[in-house]
Design a protein around this ligand. Structure first.
Ligand SMILES: [Zn+2]
Length: 494
């Protein structure tokens, strides 16, 4: 049995300023053939899951076609150019044609890709694959932030979506998909799907899978799986891609049981709808949020992690400015992206120098003004570490150039080349920061950081300063989303 594997994956922030070009994809790295299946030095993924399922069998060969890395953009990339999509899609099709006889295709996608002129890129990719491979099964694994609808279901045989945010089950979902593929090719399984769109759009910061309300949803998915559903998936979607299939989607896969699939999909859709208000609550702004955090620390509720959730470019300064202005102590601002300042430091300075620089606030006005800081350089150079936290455990990580400034009062600011969020204390420890001496750690992340940092902090406190991906979606200018989507479509405007 020969199963082709291809991966072309992007979460596109169409409200971010810079388009995602073919050049950015090339720079991020694209692997071809057997190399596409090489996962050495990486954490667990869909691909490691496919490989495990295949290795359990004597007669299953995975055929690597193509796998993209993350495109090299400043922060998150905006719309993919049509050229970028078509070129990479063409290379996948060429790889499939050259692969010889195939029994199935596994596609490791994301689901929140947005491409100029192509409304549903994952479905389009799958249709092009279908033209090349014909009637063999095509199955897809997707991120929990996938925006998909029935078009994808029509183009493929089965869809499997992560159930965890922080995303910790990519390997398991990879195994689930590959098992389904193998048994389908053998004729032991007949994938049968039901799809629903509950009609809700919600900010990523409200989608943590171990917390209310999403925990209810994933508990119910597992309940249906105990009742005989092969895999029940609910993707809350990615609200910052202005696309027609945005928002929640439900995909249920059964073995030849249409009725069960429909019943489970409707039930999950109804459950999501009943939770809609909890999925769209307001969050504090920078000034009030930071004041609240400082009060908590003073009263002994510490340490606190501030989730600066809406800076997708990395240069956002709103929280750092408030921490400094309001006299916070023992804090670490874990990343301001500023490659120009880093270059200047690397050329003219060394560890131990005291300097005054203006950092951040350079990509987009929404990130805030540059902040002037004076401090002693405590780290300057490249850094390597092996991730020991739950996110990407075991993965080798590297940053070409990073600096840390000590601002006195045990306050620290980390400067990176692009958007960066520490998924554990490892990178901070690697640059010499005494993490356990801190009261406040500011991280530019929504939920992923919680996998480690919730074990370290007393409180995880999301703040909603101005940013490209706000919690309040009514502040965004959508052009392509459904007219009646809750809570911001025409129908719900007061
Ligand atoms: Zn995701």
């Amino acid at each position: 049995m020969r199963i082709a594997v291809a991966s072309f994956s992007h979460e596109t922030c169409t409200f971010c300023p810079n388009i995602t070009t073919l050049e950015a994809w090339e720079k991020g790295g694209i692997r071809y053939g057997e190399e596409a299946l090489n996962t050495e030095g990486e954490g667990k993924s869909y691909i490691t899951g496919y490989k495990e399922a295949a290795e359990r069998e004597k007669d299953v060969e995975l055929v690597g076609i193509l796998r993209t890395g993350w495109p090299a953009t400043v922060g998150m990339g905006s719309w993919l150019t049509t050229e970028a999509f078509d070129t990479i899609a063409d290379r996948i099709m060429e790889g499939l044609k050259e692969a010889g006889e195939l029994d199935g295709v596994l596609l490791a996608l994301h689901g929140a890709m947005a491409v100029m002129g192509i409304p549903r890129p994952e479905a389009e990719l799958a249709r092009r694959v279908r033209k090349v491979v014909g009637r063999v099964p095509i199955m897809v694994t997707l991120d929990l932030h996938a925006n998909e609808d029935v078009e994808l279901a029509n183009a493929v045989d089965a869809v499997f979506i992560l159930k965890t945010y922080p995303h910790l089950d990519a390997h398991e979902i990879g195994v689930t998909a590959a098992r389904c593929m193998i048994e389908t090719v053998r004729g032991n399984f007949k994938p049968t799907m039901a799809v629903r769109k509950p009609g809700i759009i919600c900010a990523s910061v409200f989608q943590a899978s171990e917390h209310y309300p999403m925990k209810e949803v994933y508990d119910r998915c597992r309940w249906w799986e105990e009742k005989g559903v092969y895999c029940a998936s609910v993707a809350p979607g990615f609200a910052y891609a202005d696309v027609p299939d945005v928002g929640f989607s439900v995909f249920v896969v059964t073995n030849d049981d249409h009725e069960l699939a429909e019943e489970a999909a409707q039930d999950l859709s109804d459950l999501v709808w009943s939770l809609r208000e909890a999925l769209t609550r307001p969050l504090p702004k920078a000034r009030e949020g930071v004041a609240d955090v400082i009060r908590m620390v003073r009263e002994g509720t510490k340490p606190v992690v501030i989730a600066y959730h809406d800076d997708r470019l990395g240069d956002g300064t709103h929280i750092l400015k408030e921490l400094i202005d309001q006299g916070a102590k023992n804090f670490c601002s874990t990343s301001i992206a500023d490659p120009k300042v880093l270059e200047m430091l690397a050329e003219n300075h060394k560890v131990g120098d005291t300097i005054t620089v203006r950092i951040g606030g350079w990509v987009h006005p929404i990130s805030g003004d540059p902040v002037e800081i004076t401090g002693r350089i405590e780290y300057l150079g490249s850094v390597d570490w092996v991730e020991t936290g739950p996110m990407g455990k075991g993965a080798k990580r590297h940053l070409d150039l990073v600096a840390s400034l000590d601002l006195d009062d045990n306050n620290h600011v980390v400067i990176t080349q692009r958007l960066f969020a520490p998924m554990s204390a490892d990178p901070l420890k690697a640059i010499g920061i005494d993490v356990d001496s801190l009261d406040i750690v500011e991280i530019k992340s929504r939920v992923h950081h919680k996998a480690f940092w919730d074990t370290w902090s007393r409180v995880d406190y999301p703040i909603d300063p101005p940013g490209t991906t706000p919690a309040d979606l009514s502040t965004l200018h959508y052009e392509n989303i459904p007219w009646d989507i809750y809570p911001i479509g025409e129908k719900w405007r007061r």
